[in-house]
Write a protein that binds this ligand. Sequence first.
Ligand code: NAP
Length: 310
Amino acid sequence: MPLNILFAARPERWTTYEKPLRAALKDEGIDAHLSTDIAPEDVDYIIYAPNSTLQDFTPYIRAKAVLNLWAGVENITGNPTLKIPLARMVDPGLTKGMVEWVTGHVMRYHLGLDTDILKTDATWVPRTPPLAQERNITILGLGALGTAVSETLVSLGFNVTGWSRSPKDVPGVTCLNGAKGLKQALSTAEIAVLLLPNTSATENTLNAETLALMPKGAFIINPGRGPLIDDDALLAALDSGQIAHATLDVFRIEPLPKDHPYWAHPKVTVTPHIAAETRATTASKVIVDNIRRGQAQEEFLHLVDRNLGY
Ligand code: NAP
């Protein structure tokens, strides 16, 4: 009997994913009926995007797992009808995209690239760009993405501090955790990169109090989630000069409303939630590996802890 695998995401995703998923299933030797339309009681696995029309999991009585297409799971962890294992997306393609996006924006701040790119007059003022070893960067969140970003920044020579909920050991990175660790992590953060999930515990991690702990003139890069930052506190910190500039990819409301002060703020760069996208080819292999694991009664990879919310 083939496995019934439901693809529950927006139609444009099906167009992107159908072929790579079928190829990955074939490569794993899994006999599957993959479709966007299967009777709920017959479904074995659900490949899922939280903005799908499927929001009530109650009729999916024999499904073994929900396999999320996204890294962020805040829109599904609280769903009371979801009682089976939920795996989030950890995709090598997405991780690579995030590493490249963050490194690019770090380099913009580190080298002061705007000084030359935005210059409009004919002045000739030579300066010596700093070296990476003279720059302290703090990564808030040392998970799949934060760790990969930290490793790349370390390999470039930056002084990297990372902060997480539980203790971590990442070679070359000063790893801190807990409330005291956050204070220490921010005290040296000339550039802070936010790669935390959106949970009740991480909301407003950067607020008036914690922004004040950062060195004056620090930079912020947020590809994590909008609610990690208290927007009013950030705007005040930008206006006072405590924070020199912020690059924000994610927001409490997306798309960012046209009248939001971030759009026109001279010290804010807005990017439209593009830091890292799941890549269908690599992500399909991850999903199919989890289906293989489920069938072999092995533990699923990348399971979400519903109590912690990530
Ligand atoms: P992850 O592997 O789950 O890592 C999350 C990290 O945050 C872990 O190090 C975790 O600590 C830490 N953390 C969680 N709660 C914390 C708390 N209360 N205090 C301190 N640290 C805490 O997640 P990921 O795959 O790296 O992804 C991170 C986030 O990036 C996602 O949740 C998503 O919101 C965002 N994202 C954005 C884009 C984009 O395009 N902008 C794309 C993909 C993902 P422990 O290590 O101790 O568990």
